[in-house]
Design a protein around this ligand. Sequence first.
Ligand SMILES: Cc1cc2nc3c(=O)[nH]c(=O)nc-3n(C[C@H](O)[C@H](O)[C@H](O)COP(=O)(O)O)c2cc1C
Length: 322
Amino acid sequence: MFDNKCRNLNLQSRVSLAPMAGITDYVLRSLVREYSKTCLITTEMISSEALTQVKDTDIVVRDDNHSPISYQLSGHKPYMIADCAKYLEKYADMIDINMGCPVNKVVKGTDGCALMRNPDLAQEIVRTVKANINIPLSVKFRLGYTFDELNYVEYGQKMQEAGADFITIHARTRSQMYGGKADWKKIAELKRNVDIPVFANGDVVSPQTAAECLEQSEADGVAIGRGVLGDPSLLYRVEEYINNGKYLPPPTLEEKIETLKKHILKEVEFRGENVGVKFCRKFYPYYVNSFTGASRLRGELVLIDDLKEIFKRLDGILISAE
Ligand SMILES: Cc1cc2nc3c(=O)[nH]c(=O)nc-3n(C[C@H](O)[C@H](O)[C@H](O)COP(=O)(O)O)c2cc1C
Protein backbone atom coordinates (compact mmCIF):
# COMPACT_ATOMS: atom_id res chain seq x y z
CA MET A 1 0.00 0.00 0.00
CA PHE A 2 1.38 3.38 -0.99
CA ASP A 3 0.25 5.85 1.66
CA ASN A 4 1.25 9.05 3.44
CA LYS A 5 4.00 7.22 5.30
CA CYS A 6 5.70 6.75 1.92
CA ARG A 7 4.95 10.29 0.74
CA ASN A 8 6.38 11.75 3.95
CA LEU A 9 9.70 10.13 3.01
CA ASN A 10 9.57 11.86 -0.37
CA LEU A 11 8.87 8.53 -2.05
CA GLN A 12 6.88 9.26 -5.17
CA SER A 13 6.65 5.79 -6.65
CA ARG A 14 6.14 2.16 -5.62
CA VAL A 15 9.29 1.26 -7.51
CA SER A 16 12.94 1.80 -6.61
CA LEU A 17 16.27 1.01 -8.21
CA ALA A 18 18.23 -1.39 -5.99
CA PRO A 19 21.90 -0.52 -5.41
CA MET A 20 24.39 -2.56 -7.43
CA ALA A 21 28.11 -2.00 -7.01
CA GLY A 22 29.84 -1.42 -10.34
CA ILE A 23 26.46 -1.30 -12.12
CA THR A 24 24.14 1.46 -10.87
CA ASP A 25 26.69 4.20 -11.41
CA TYR A 26 25.90 7.80 -12.37
CA VAL A 27 25.30 6.75 -15.98
CA LEU A 28 22.89 3.89 -15.34
CA ARG A 29 21.04 5.99 -12.78
CA SER A 30 20.67 8.72 -15.42
CA LEU A 31 19.39 6.21 -17.98
CA VAL A 32 16.80 4.83 -15.55
CA ARG A 33 15.68 8.40 -14.81
CA GLU A 34 15.17 9.15 -18.51
CA TYR A 35 12.25 6.71 -18.37
CA SER A 36 10.96 6.80 -14.80
CA LYS A 37 10.63 10.35 -13.52
CA THR A 38 9.55 9.36 -10.02
CA CYS A 39 11.19 6.10 -8.90
CA LEU A 40 13.66 6.24 -6.01
CA ILE A 41 17.12 5.63 -7.42
CA THR A 42 19.95 4.39 -5.23
CA THR A 43 23.67 4.75 -5.63
CA GLU A 44 26.06 1.84 -5.53
CA MET A 45 27.23 0.99 -2.04
CA ILE A 46 29.74 3.60 -0.85
CA SER A 47 32.25 2.31 1.69
CA SER A 48 32.32 4.64 4.70
CA GLU A 49 35.99 3.75 5.20
CA ALA A 50 36.80 4.79 1.61
CA LEU A 51 34.65 7.94 1.69
CA THR A 52 36.35 9.02 4.89
CA GLN A 53 39.68 8.90 3.04
CA VAL A 54 38.58 10.43 -0.27
CA LYS A 55 35.57 12.74 -0.42
CA ASP A 56 35.87 13.84 -4.03
CA THR A 57 34.79 10.62 -5.74
CA ASP A 58 32.83 9.89 -8.94
CA ILE A 59 30.49 7.70 -6.98
CA VAL A 60 28.66 10.70 -5.46
CA VAL A 61 28.00 12.57 -8.73
CA ARG A 62 24.35 13.27 -9.49
CA ASP A 63 22.16 15.43 -11.72
CA ASP A 64 19.32 17.69 -10.56
CA ASN A 65 16.70 15.37 -12.02
CA HIS A 66 18.02 12.36 -10.06
CA SER A 67 15.84 13.20 -7.05
CA PRO A 68 14.48 11.29 -5.28
CA ILE A 69 17.85 9.63 -4.78
CA SER A 70 19.21 7.57 -1.92
CA TYR A 71 22.92 7.17 -1.17
CA GLN A 72 23.91 3.81 0.25
CA LEU A 73 26.68 3.50 2.82
CA SER A 74 28.43 0.38 4.04
CA GLY A 75 30.54 -0.06 7.13
CA HIS A 76 30.31 -1.00 10.79
CA LYS A 77 31.63 2.02 12.71
CA PRO A 78 28.64 4.08 13.84
CA TYR A 79 30.38 7.46 14.04
CA MET A 80 32.24 6.97 10.78
CA ILE A 81 29.04 6.04 8.93
CA ALA A 82 27.25 8.97 10.58
CA ASP A 83 29.96 11.42 9.48
CA CYS A 84 29.73 10.11 5.92
CA ALA A 85 25.93 10.34 5.98
CA LYS A 86 26.18 13.92 7.17
CA TYR A 87 28.59 14.72 4.34
CA LEU A 88 26.27 13.06 1.79
CA GLU A 89 23.24 15.06 2.91
CA LYS A 90 24.13 17.75 0.36
CA TYR A 91 23.62 15.19 -2.43
CA ALA A 92 21.04 12.80 -1.01
CA ASP A 93 17.30 12.77 -0.38
CA MET A 94 17.72 9.64 1.73
CA ILE A 95 20.57 7.64 3.26
CA ASP A 96 20.52 3.83 3.12
CA ILE A 97 22.65 1.49 5.21
CA ASN A 98 23.83 -1.74 3.60
CA MET A 99 22.97 -4.70 5.83
CA GLY A 100 22.59 -7.28 3.10
CA CYS A 101 25.80 -7.58 1.13
CA PRO A 102 26.78 -11.28 1.21
CA VAL A 103 30.28 -11.00 -0.27
CA ASN A 104 33.00 -12.67 1.82
CA LYS A 105 35.33 -9.72 2.08
CA VAL A 106 32.43 -7.50 3.25
CA VAL A 107 30.91 -9.84 5.85
CA LYS A 108 34.35 -10.76 7.22
CA GLY A 109 34.76 -7.14 8.25
CA THR A 110 31.32 -7.25 10.01
CA ASP A 111 29.82 -5.00 7.33
CA GLY A 112 26.89 -5.85 5.05
CA CYS A 113 24.85 -8.91 6.03
CA ALA A 114 27.16 -9.65 8.99
CA LEU A 115 25.21 -6.89 10.77
CA MET A 116 22.20 -9.21 10.83
CA ARG A 117 24.17 -11.33 13.29
CA ASN A 118 24.89 -8.25 15.38
CA PRO A 119 21.57 -6.40 15.77
CA ASP A 120 22.89 -4.37 18.72
CA LEU A 121 25.62 -2.87 16.56
CA ALA A 122 23.16 -2.38 13.70
CA GLN A 123 20.86 -0.48 16.06
CA GLU A 124 23.72 1.67 17.26
CA ILE A 125 24.58 2.51 13.65
CA VAL A 126 20.98 3.48 12.89
CA ARG A 127 20.65 5.55 16.08
CA THR A 128 23.92 7.39 15.49
CA VAL A 129 23.26 8.12 11.82
CA LYS A 130 19.70 9.19 12.53
CA ALA A 131 20.86 11.63 15.20
CA ASN A 132 23.23 13.26 12.72
CA ILE A 133 21.10 13.75 9.61
CA ASN A 134 17.93 15.60 8.70
CA ILE A 135 16.80 13.40 5.84
CA PRO A 136 15.11 9.97 5.98
CA LEU A 137 17.21 6.92 6.81
CA SER A 138 16.59 3.48 5.39
CA VAL A 139 18.13 0.05 5.83
CA LYS A 140 18.48 -2.79 3.34
CA PHE A 141 18.80 -6.31 4.65
CA ARG A 142 18.00 -9.97 3.86
CA LEU A 143 15.84 -12.67 5.46
CA GLY A 144 18.72 -13.65 7.71
CA TYR A 145 22.25 -14.96 7.57
CA THR A 146 21.29 -18.61 7.05
CA PHE A 147 17.97 -20.50 6.97
CA ASP A 148 18.58 -21.35 10.64
CA GLU A 149 18.80 -17.65 11.46
CA LEU A 150 15.71 -16.15 9.83
CA ASN A 151 15.58 -13.09 12.08
CA TYR A 152 14.24 -10.56 9.57
CA VAL A 153 10.99 -9.76 11.42
CA GLU A 154 12.66 -9.10 14.77
CA TYR A 155 15.58 -7.39 13.02
CA GLY A 156 13.22 -5.08 11.11
CA GLN A 157 11.46 -4.17 14.35
CA LYS A 158 14.79 -3.37 15.95
CA MET A 159 15.79 -1.15 13.03
CA GLN A 160 12.47 0.67 13.29
CA GLU A 161 12.90 1.07 17.05
CA ALA A 162 16.38 2.54 16.47
CA GLY A 163 14.98 5.13 14.07
CA ALA A 164 14.98 3.65 10.55
CA ASP A 165 12.28 5.23 8.37
CA PHE A 166 12.14 2.70 5.58
CA ILE A 167 13.16 -0.90 4.81
CA THR A 168 14.17 -2.66 1.62
CA ILE A 169 14.34 -6.41 2.08
CA HIS A 170 15.96 -8.86 -0.31
CA ALA A 171 13.98 -12.07 0.18
CA ARG A 172 17.00 -14.38 0.33
CA THR A 173 19.41 -15.35 3.09
CA ARG A 174 23.09 -14.47 3.04
CA SER A 175 23.93 -18.14 2.54
CA GLN A 176 21.88 -18.17 -0.67
CA MET A 177 23.96 -15.31 -2.09
CA TYR A 178 22.04 -14.81 -5.37
CA GLY A 179 20.98 -18.44 -5.88
CA GLY A 180 17.60 -20.08 -5.39
CA LYS A 181 14.46 -18.01 -5.59
CA ALA A 182 13.48 -14.93 -3.61
CA ASP A 183 10.71 -15.87 -1.15
CA TRP A 184 8.36 -12.89 -1.46
CA LYS A 185 5.69 -14.40 0.83
CA LYS A 186 7.99 -14.17 3.83
CA ILE A 187 8.12 -10.39 3.47
CA ALA A 188 4.41 -10.17 4.38
CA GLU A 189 5.28 -11.19 7.93
CA LEU A 190 7.74 -8.32 8.23
CA LYS A 191 5.24 -5.91 6.72
CA ARG A 192 2.63 -6.89 9.31
CA ASN A 193 5.06 -6.35 12.16
CA VAL A 194 6.51 -2.92 11.38
CA ASP A 195 4.87 0.47 10.78
CA ILE A 196 7.47 1.92 8.41
CA PRO A 197 7.24 1.35 4.64
CA VAL A 198 8.76 -1.85 3.26
CA PHE A 199 9.93 -2.41 -0.32
CA ALA A 200 10.33 -6.02 -1.47
CA ASN A 201 13.39 -7.05 -3.45
CA GLY A 202 14.61 -10.05 -5.37
CA ASP A 203 13.82 -11.50 -8.80
CA VAL A 204 11.50 -8.75 -10.02
CA VAL A 205 12.32 -8.78 -13.71
CA SER A 206 9.13 -7.66 -15.46
CA PRO A 207 5.87 -5.80 -14.87
CA GLN A 208 4.12 -9.10 -14.15
CA THR A 209 6.68 -10.32 -11.60
CA ALA A 210 6.48 -6.91 -9.91
CA ALA A 211 2.70 -7.29 -9.55
CA GLU A 212 3.10 -10.86 -8.23
CA CYS A 213 5.76 -9.76 -5.79
CA LEU A 214 3.57 -6.92 -4.48
CA GLU A 215 0.65 -9.30 -4.03
CA GLN A 216 2.63 -11.99 -2.22
CA SER A 217 4.77 -9.69 -0.10
CA GLU A 218 2.05 -7.14 0.73
CA ALA A 219 4.91 -4.65 0.50
CA ASP A 220 4.56 -0.94 -0.22
CA GLY A 221 6.75 -1.20 -3.29
CA VAL A 222 9.40 -3.18 -5.12
CA ALA A 223 13.13 -2.59 -5.50
CA ILE A 224 14.59 -3.76 -8.80
CA GLY A 225 18.22 -4.67 -9.37
CA ARG A 226 19.41 -7.05 -12.08
CA GLY A 227 16.28 -6.56 -14.19
CA VAL A 228 17.59 -3.17 -15.35
CA LEU A 229 20.63 -4.79 -16.93
CA GLY A 230 20.04 -4.31 -20.64
CA ASP A 231 16.72 -2.60 -19.93
CA PRO A 232 16.85 0.75 -18.11
CA SER A 233 13.18 1.27 -19.05
CA LEU A 234 12.07 -1.57 -16.76
CA LEU A 235 11.20 0.58 -13.75
CA TYR A 236 9.04 2.84 -15.90
CA ARG A 237 7.35 -0.18 -17.48
CA VAL A 238 6.65 -1.59 -14.01
CA GLU A 239 5.20 1.73 -12.86
CA GLU A 240 2.89 1.90 -15.88
CA TYR A 241 1.67 -1.65 -15.22
CA ILE A 242 1.07 -1.46 -11.47
CA ASN A 243 -0.30 2.10 -11.48
CA ASN A 244 -2.25 2.23 -14.73
CA GLY A 245 -2.66 -1.41 -15.79
CA LYS A 246 -0.77 -0.56 -18.98
CA TYR A 247 1.57 -3.28 -20.24
CA LEU A 248 4.57 -1.99 -22.16
CA PRO A 249 6.57 -4.78 -23.81
CA PRO A 250 10.30 -5.26 -23.20
CA PRO A 251 12.64 -3.48 -25.63
CA THR A 252 13.16 -4.95 -29.08
CA LEU A 253 16.66 -5.89 -30.26
CA GLU A 254 16.86 -2.61 -32.16
CA GLU A 255 15.94 -0.63 -29.03
CA LYS A 256 18.45 -2.57 -26.93
CA ILE A 257 21.27 -1.82 -29.35
CA GLU A 258 20.34 1.87 -29.47
CA THR A 259 20.29 1.97 -25.65
CA LEU A 260 23.65 0.20 -25.47
CA LYS A 261 25.14 2.81 -27.80
CA LYS A 262 23.76 5.57 -25.57
CA HIS A 263 25.04 3.75 -22.46
CA ILE A 264 28.54 3.48 -23.95
CA LEU A 265 28.60 7.12 -25.08
CA LYS A 266 27.56 8.33 -21.63
CA GLU A 267 30.19 6.15 -19.92
CA VAL A 268 32.82 7.46 -22.33
CA GLU A 269 31.75 11.02 -21.53
CA PHE A 270 31.86 10.25 -17.79
CA ARG A 271 35.06 8.16 -17.62
CA GLY A 272 36.96 8.96 -20.83
CA GLU A 273 37.10 6.67 -23.89
CA ASN A 274 39.67 4.17 -22.69
CA VAL A 275 38.08 3.41 -19.30
CA GLY A 276 34.48 3.98 -20.46
CA VAL A 277 34.68 1.43 -23.30
CA LYS A 278 36.23 -1.22 -21.06
CA PHE A 279 33.74 -0.50 -18.25
CA CYS A 280 30.85 -1.22 -20.63
CA ARG A 281 32.03 -4.72 -21.54
CA LYS A 282 30.12 -6.20 -18.59
CA PHE A 283 26.87 -4.93 -20.11
CA TYR A 284 27.22 -6.59 -23.53
CA PRO A 285 25.57 -9.91 -22.53
CA TYR A 286 22.45 -8.04 -21.46
CA TYR A 287 22.04 -5.92 -24.58
CA VAL A 288 23.58 -8.09 -27.31
CA ASN A 289 21.57 -11.28 -27.11
CA SER A 290 18.66 -13.29 -28.48
CA PHE A 291 19.77 -13.45 -32.11
CA THR A 292 21.87 -15.94 -34.05
CA GLY A 293 25.56 -15.20 -33.67
CA ALA A 294 25.09 -12.98 -30.58
CA SER A 295 27.56 -14.93 -28.47
CA ARG A 296 30.23 -14.85 -31.19
CA LEU A 297 29.75 -11.13 -31.67
CA ARG A 298 30.03 -10.48 -27.93
CA GLY A 299 33.28 -12.43 -27.95
CA GLU A 300 34.57 -10.05 -30.63
CA LEU A 301 33.22 -6.87 -29.03
CA VAL A 302 35.06 -7.43 -25.74
CA LEU A 303 38.35 -7.40 -27.64
CA ILE A 304 37.70 -4.03 -29.29
CA ASP A 305 38.81 -0.77 -27.65
CA ASP A 306 38.00 1.59 -30.49
CA LEU A 307 34.64 3.30 -30.02
CA LYS A 308 33.99 3.80 -33.75
CA GLU A 309 34.67 0.12 -34.47
CA ILE A 310 32.32 -0.96 -31.65
CA PHE A 311 29.56 1.25 -33.05
CA LYS A 312 30.19 -0.14 -36.55
CA ARG A 313 29.68 -3.69 -35.25
CA LEU A 314 26.56 -2.66 -33.32
CA ASP A 315 25.10 -0.94 -36.39
CA GLY A 316 25.86 -4.14 -38.28
CA ILE A 317 23.42 -5.97 -35.99
CA LEU A 318 20.71 -3.48 -36.89
CA ILE A 319 21.36 -3.75 -40.62
CA SER A 320 21.27 -7.56 -40.63
CA ALA A 321 18.09 -7.50 -38.49
CA GLU A 322 16.25 -5.43 -41.15
C1 LIG B 1 26.48 -6.94 -9.30
C2 LIG B 1 25.65 -6.68 -8.08
C3 LIG B 1 26.05 -5.69 -7.19
C4 LIG B 1 25.30 -5.44 -6.04
N1 LIG B 1 25.70 -4.44 -5.20
C5 LIG B 1 24.91 -4.12 -4.12
C6 LIG B 1 25.23 -3.01 -3.30
O1 LIG B 1 26.20 -2.27 -3.55
N2 LIG B 1 24.43 -2.77 -2.23
C7 LIG B 1 23.33 -3.55 -1.94
O2 LIG B 1 22.64 -3.31 -0.95
N3 LIG B 1 23.01 -4.60 -2.72
C8 LIG B 1 23.75 -4.88 -3.80
N4 LIG B 1 23.37 -5.89 -4.63
C9 LIG B 1 22.10 -6.61 -4.37
C10 LIG B 1 20.93 -5.95 -5.12
O3 LIG B 1 20.69 -4.65 -4.64
C11 LIG B 1 19.66 -6.79 -4.94
O4 LIG B 1 19.37 -6.86 -3.57
C12 LIG B 1 19.79 -8.20 -5.48
O5 LIG B 1 20.44 -8.22 -6.73
C13 LIG B 1 18.41 -8.87 -5.63
O6 LIG B 1 17.57 -8.08 -6.43
P1 LIG B 1 17.34 -8.38 -8.00
O7 LIG B 1 16.91 -9.81 -8.13
O8 LIG B 1 16.30 -7.40 -8.43
O9 LIG B 1 18.67 -8.17 -8.66
C14 LIG B 1 24.11 -6.18 -5.78
C15 LIG B 1 23.72 -7.16 -6.69
C16 LIG B 1 24.46 -7.41 -7.82
C17 LIG B 1 23.99 -8.48 -8.78
